[in-house]
Design a protein. Structure first.
Length: 297
C-alpha cells in the first residue's frame, strides 16, 4: 500500500513515517506542502492521500484556516479525477460549543466561527461528491516532534523554568499522534483489501480531561523521570485558565464506531505520555553523550 502524505513537518506526518518504517506492507510519499495537483497525484499513483489536521483552528488566523480549506478542496478535485481515496483529519475544535454527552460521528459540526464553518463546508462537499473518503475527527494531538506536537512545547517550557498556562474549563480527550498513525494505516489496509467502510470516524485517547489536568500530569511524569535519572531541575508551574465561567465546555468524541468497524481501540493518553517521556529521556541521554564526546575531542 502506497500512501501520499501532505504537510511533511506535521507531527502526524512524522508519526506516519515512523509507523511505515516499522512495516513492510506500507510505502509513504510525503509532500512538503498541502497543495496537490492532479498531475502530481497521477505521477505518484498512491492508494490514498492523507491530509493532517489543523490542530488548533480556533486560535489560528482566519486566512490560514481558509487556505487549508482551499487546499483540501483542490485535493478533493484531484482525488476525484484520479479515483484515489481521500483521508482528511480534522480537529475536534470544529465542535466549537461542545456537547454535554459524547459526540457521535453522525453529528456534523455546526460552529459559529466563520473560518470553522468554511472547514465544515469542505467536509460537506467531500461527503456529497466523493464516496471514497475518510473524515477522521481527532482529539487534541500530542507528540514529541513536528508542528502541532503540543507535548514538546510543554516539556521545553517546563525544563527551562517557564510557567505553562492551560485551560481548566475545556474538557477533551488528548490523542497520541503515534496512535492515530497506527490506526490510520490499519484502517486503510482493511479498505485496500476490500472493506467498504468509508465515511466519518472519531478517534481520540481515553479519559476526558482538561488541558490544565493534562499539562499537570505531563509535569508530574516529567519530574518523576528526571528524578529517576538523578537530575534536579526546578520545573515551571502550570497555571489554570478559565474561559467558560458558567460551565465547562466538553468536546468528548465517541469512538465506538471505529472500534466496531475496524477494531481500532483507543489508547490511554497517560500511558502514551509515559512512553513519550521515556523516548525523550533516551534522546536527552544521547545528546549528553554526544556533547561529552565533542568536548573530549
Amino acid at each position: 500500500m502506497k500512501l501520499l502524505i501532505l504537510d511533511a513537518g506535521h507531527c502526524l506526518s512524522l508519526a506516519l513515517a515512523r509507523e511505515a518504517s516499522r512495516r513492510s506492507d506500507t510505502e509513504l510519499v510525503i509532500e512538503q506542502e498541502t497543495d496537490l495537483t492532479p498531475e502530481r497525484l497521477k505521477r505518484v499513483a498512491p492508494d490514498a492521500v492523507i491530509i493532517p489536521p489543523l490542530a488548533h483552528p480556533l486560535s489560528m488566523a482566519p486566512a490560514a484556516v481558509t487556505a487549508h480549506a482551499d487546499a483540501v478542496d483542490a485535493c478533493l478535485k484531484a482525488c476525484c479525477a484520479q479515483g484515489v481515496p481521500l483521508v482528511w483529519c480534522v480537529s475536534d475544535q470544529l465542535y466549537e460549543d461542545g456537547f454535554d454527552v459524547p459526540i457521535d460521528e453522525h453529528v456534523v459540526p455546526a460552529p459559529r466561527d466563520e473560518s470553522l464553518r468554511r472547514l465544515v463546508k469542505t467536509g460537506d462537499r467531500i461527503r456529497a461528491d466523493y464516496p471514497r473518503h475518510l473524515i477522521v475527527r481527532l482529539g487534541p494531538l500530542f507528540a514529541l516532534e513536528g508542528s502541532h506536537a503540543w507535548v514538546n512545547e510543554i516539556i521545553d517550557s517546563l525544563v527551562v523554568g517557564d510557567n505553562v498556562r492551560a485551560a481548566e474549563d475545556v474538557i477533551f480527550c488528548p490523542t497520541s499522534a503515534d496512535a492515530v498513525a497506527l490506526a490510520l494505516v490499519g484502517m486503510l489496509q482493511q479498505l485496500c483489501c476490500g472493506a467498504n467502510a468509508w465515511g466519518a470516524y472519531h478517534l481520540a485517547g481515553t479519559e476526558p480531561v482538561s488541558a490544565f489536568t493534562f499539562t499537570s500530569m505531563v509535569r508530574t511524569q516529567l519530574a518523576t523521570h528526571l528524578e529517576g535519572r538523578g537530575e534536579t531541575i526546578t520545573l515551571g508551574r502550570v497555571e489554570a485558565l478559565n474561559h467558560h465561567h458558567d460551565a465547562k465546555l466538553r468536546r468528548v468524541l465517541n469512538c465506538r464506531r471505529v472500534l466496531d468497524v475496524f477494531g481500532v481501540h483507543q489508547k490511554p493518553w497517560r500511558l502514551e505520555v509515559g512512553r513519550l517521556l521515556d523516548a525523550w529521556c533516551l534522546t536527552r541521554d544521547a545528546q549528553e553523550e554526544n556533547g561529552a564526546e565533542g568536548a573530549s575531542l
